[in-house]
Design a protein around this ligand. Sequence first.
Ligand code: F6P
Length: 255
Amino acid sequence: ESIYQLRGIRHLQDSLQKKLGIRNAYVVSGNLEEEEYVLNDMAKVASMQLQQTLEDDMVLGITGGSTMAAVAEVLTQMRKMEHVTVVPARGGFGREVEKQANTVVAQIARKLGARYMLLHASDTLSKEALQSVLNDPAIKKVVETIKTTRCLVFGIGRADEMARRREFSQDQIDMLSRQRAVAESFGFYFTREGTIVHEIETLGINFNDFLKMEHAIGVAGGARKAEAIFTIARLKPSMVLVTDEAAAMEIMKHF
Ligand code: F6P
């Protein structure tokens, strides 16, 4: 029996928030790797956090992934936010359409009664191609809007998993593991110390924008993501984390 099982989730939440040194941590019971309802609970807490944070004229940045797709799924409109603009935080990557940032953006905007903008820039474009894409006034406008994001809701992943999901070459995968990449968020791969070892070339917010972001809500759970969550949370003391008990316990035990 650990002290957290005896003293409950509140205590775990407080300990996690202190350990990570972040603004707030919310922990839902269970392990999302084992039980389906846990992802749903986490998504509900995240969507409540989002609604509390959103102001009427904000630009809201969103990333893709299955966790963010779940947030979009459970989100219910509390008040209409027609002056909010929802955007993808970075250019599109990932092949499963329902998990792409653009798809999640559109769904969240529909639920909030907000406006949205999509970014159609593949992550397979070269630096030069990305630069020329920016000559398109419509894309330029989207990128400029993304740069004014005041609230970011984002997923956190394991570096190895995200490299696989993005179909990196075996060489790239080996390189990332040699460089000890453990965490991935919005296209950046980090070591446990928070050093960026790889970045997906695309448009949108960069690491510095993330550090300066007024409101950032990270959503990720499952024991396997503990190290990734630990890594990302320590980069941004002002962030709010929504996670599950399994990840929180693992972080308290091992990091
Ligand atoms: O690909 C977008 C993204 O938000 C990544 O930045 C993150 O690592 C991943 O999705 C999380 O995905 P999932 O919620 O499916 O684990």
